[in-house]
Design a protein around this ligand. Structure first.
Ligand SMILES: [Zn+2]
Length: 288
């Protein structure tokens, strides 16, 4: 699978483009639908719908009017019950109280008491999160913040994950509160999900991420194609874990090409661990 994909990168990109216009009515028994809602300058909120119970959740609804407008316009028969917050930063959690005023009684999930309006704090991946018949698996993906949660949702056929500011398309979030070890752990566990998993990320940074990644791996033809595609389409959410495993240097710290690029920056960088390569790579991106 991997090798044939590497030989046909443009086919992979074509499938990615198709994903953007596809909804996730993927099974009879337990279908889900995901709709991105662009907010602020480059943020994404998301609407997640459970078809069978006609209930809705919103992920990081920083501009409640925009998210409610999208929900009421396209899916008026759904009842909003839940807010899934990825982390406490204002551009993700900052709309929670305003939305609670408009829709009292919502369940607000988040990874700490720092999350605005939180009613259920997630401190363990064993905690059950449900939306109607959909089971939502929280992942503690610490590093960008120490309360960062990613939400993995699977219906009968398809898995999707909301990765906030942990994992972007061809990039990752800054390590504001955690260590490279925390982020490596978070990214490793996200990467262990099935490669067909659809990834909904928190910011539209794909062009600048691909520009940086192309400098790290100039021989990676798929990256150059992805950069050209991202410049053309503007909105690049979602991506897939397969695509990220081939185009995201922060998921590729074990690859000789990425290691080599990091070592070229520092003559003393022999024998680095994957965690150290990740830390140096993030520093290079911060300084780019
Ligand atoms: Zn953030």
């Amino acid at each position: 699978m991997l090798n044939s994909t590497l030989r046909t990168p443009s086919r992979l990109l074509a499938s990615l483009t198709k994903l953007q216009v596809r909804t996730f009515i993927t099974s009879i028994a337990n279908p889900m639908i995901v709709k991105p809602v662009p907010c602020l300058q480059d943020n994404y909120s998301y609407i997640l719908l459970d078809e069978s119970s006609k209930t809705a959740a919103v992920v990081d609804p920083v501009e409640p009017d925009k998210v409610l407008g999208a929900l009421e316009e396209s899916y008026p028969e759904y009842k909003l019950t839940t807010i899934l917050t990825t982390h406490h930063h204002w551009d993700h959690a900052g709309g929670n109280n305003k939305l609670l005023k408009k829709r009292p009684g919502l369940t607000v999930y988040g990874g700490s008491q720092q999350v605005q309006g939180v009613t259920k704090v997630i401190t363990s991946e064993q905690q059950q999160v449900k939306l109607g018949d959909l089971e939502i698996q929280p992942y503690l993906t610490r590093g960008h913040t120490m309360d960062h949660i990613s939400y993995y949702v699977k219906d009968n056929n398809e898995g999707v994950v909301f990765t906030g500011d942990c994992l972007f398309s061809s990039g990752c979030g800054r390590f504001f509160e955690g260590t490279p070890n925390d982020v490596h752990d978070a990214l490793t566990r996200l990467r262990s999900l099935p490669e067909t998993t659809t990834v909904y990320f928190g910011h539209e940074y794909t062009v600048s991420n691909c520009e940086f990644a192309s400098r790290i791996e100039p021989q990676n033809q798929l990256l150059h194609e992805k950069l050209a595609w991202a410049r053309q389409v503007g909105c690049t959410t979602p991506t897939t874990l397969l695509n990220e495993s081939l185009t995201n240097p922060f998921l590729r710290v074990h690859e000789p090409s990425v290691r080599q690029a990091v070592m070229q920056e520092d003559d003393n960088a022999t024998g680095l661990t994957d965690v150290q390569v990740l830390g140096r790579l993030r520093q290079m991106k911060d300084n780019a």
